[in-house]
Design a protein around this ligand. Structure first.
Ligand code: HEM
Length: 241
């Protein structure tokens, strides 16, 4: 009994939930993260994958990877805004889901679209700027996913945190990849450029909120009544667990 209590306390000190505990927030995170997969499966079942299903699936999975990456990037700013540290436990899951959707995005590109024609894939990867940038982001995501396990945390010690700051660069690279991939022009705001601009602005704000000076200013606002009142009204709808 004593050992049990000790192990639960130990888990909590490491910012983790005891294994197999019922936690609505954790369930919510998995549900939100898996939703795009079920949505895509439903669209395939309902034959809604348009006349160019490969391209549709490739783009859908790319956007899903980006959305999950943005959610992972939003965790720290959310803690800064609210002081709600428990959400920090779910950052890794969101990051791994981003990697999962990227892996499916890449498989659709390399295997389904190009039949694993290594020469052609290599030609595209080295010639098309948006694929070069995407590949760099993908490689960094792979490195972050591999080193997200406790083994690497222990092995790398303080360096681990710095290494995982690479995720900011991944955010910027993926936005560049997105801007370049869509048809249209950012300079004339023509074509399908609105979504990349919105996503880019979100990533920009999330990165801005990490700058120590801005972070301190936001934390100082937490003491102000008007701020907490508005924020709590906004967050009333979140499943705080
Ligand atoms: C090896 C790395 C990668 C390759 C080869 C690759 C390939 C592609 C290709 C070919 C497209 C254009 C699809 C089309 O319009 O026909 C695309 C678009 C896209 N990719 Fe990637 N990608 C890579 C990495 C990534 C990563 C790491 C992310 C996000 C985490 C990502 C997110 C996106 C997004 C959001 C789009 C635009 C989807 C749209 O048009 O709505 N890609 N990618």
């Amino acid at each position: 009994m004593k050992n049990n209590k000790q192990s639960i306390r130990h888990n909590n000190e490491n910012n983790e939930y005891p294994k197999f505990s019922f936690n609505p927030l954790r369930i919510g995170i998995h549900a939100v993260s898996l939703f795009p997969l079920f949505e895509l499966a439903y669209q395939a079942y309902a034959k809604q994958l348009t006349v160019n299903p490969i391209q549709y699936v490739e783009q859908f999975l790319g956007r899903a990877a980006l959305n999950l990456l943005i959610l992972a990037l939003a965790v720290t700013p959310l803690i800064t805004l609210t002081g709600w540290k428990k959400i920090g436990r779910h950052r890794r899951a969101l990051g791994l889901y981003a990697f999962f959707y990227f892996a499916l995005h890449f498989i659709t590109f390399a295997v389904v679209d190009y039949g694993f024609d290594v020469r052609e894939i290599f030609r595209l990867t080295t010639q098309k700027p948006f694929i070069i940038v995407g590949s760099l982001a993908g490689l960094l995501l792979l490195m972050l996913a591999i080193t997200s396990f406790k083994f690497w945390m222990k092995l790398l010690g303080k360096k681990w945190k710095n290494l995982h700051k690479t995720v900011y660069l991944v955010g910027v690279l993926v936005i560049l990849h997105y801007v370049w991939a869509v048809k249209g022009s950012i300079s004339t705001l023509s074509g399908d450029t609105l979504r990349p601009i919105i996503m880019g602005s979100i990533v920009f704000i999330l990165l801005l909120m990490r700058i120590p000076l801005i972070k301190r200013w936001i934390i100082s606002l937490r003491g102000k009544k008007w701020f907490t009142k508005r924020l709590s009204r906004l967050l009333r709808f979140l499943p705080l667990g």
